[in-house]
Design a protein. Sequence first.
Length: 285
Amino acid sequence: MNEIIKERFKAYRSKTEEQEKDALREIIQEIALLGLWRAKFFEHSAFYGGTALRILYGLDRFSEDLDFTLLSKRADFRLMPYCNSVRDELAAYGFVAEVEVKDKKLQTATESAFIKADTLVHLIKVGAKSKAVKGQLLKVKFEVDTLPALGFQTEVKQFFWPQAFSVNTCDLPSLFAGKLHATFCRERVTNVKGRDFYDLIWYVGRGVKPNFRYLEAKLKQSGNWPKEQPFDTAAFRLWALAKIEKLDIAAAKRDVERFLPDQRVLDAWSRELFNAAIERICNNT
């Protein structure tokens, strides 16, 4: 294993097996971004979602997947040409990993791939204290929206590890709009994505104003807002407050707590807190 990886892993100061796995996953994510940059992937796309928020903007919770949006709609876009670059980059730093494109069983607007690495082997390589179950795989999913709603803005962020490179990403207002869409429009079967609500509070606490034009485009594209119905902050406020009224806060806490360095930040969670967050979003726009 490359020494730069070992040093990076030590810097996390992980205390539990889960934290060590999260650190290892994040290192793989960052090297994958380098591989994508080297393959000129960011000439066509922008980094998006919770992992972009953590890696590029300092969100203090771990995030599992790499999400991207194309800069324009391209139904013919394929991830396969970029997978070899990601695998080669990981290998250059000592990771033995498979990078597989997920077979499409249905016509969808997303292209998905998985990075799969042996968790036990790589925890040993980086000098982790805990040991995973033999044969357990650490997976990183990366997904590209090939038919995105438009209206988002991008910016280029410079990144300096494991070497200097740049990442094209949605800017904070656009990321916030995407998060609001995810927070209130995910199709939930058995769990509530408390991670969405955690991120929402993060944005509000930093005074970020969402890109409402982009939010409107996403809501109407996904069918969560009638195309003929006017969209403004007042209408969004009533819609979001109604969604929060149905929120299972205990379930939301259970979803996010393992990704946090200090779970005490969840002590303040209440329906009143999230209502106040929506009020602040709408009043500051």
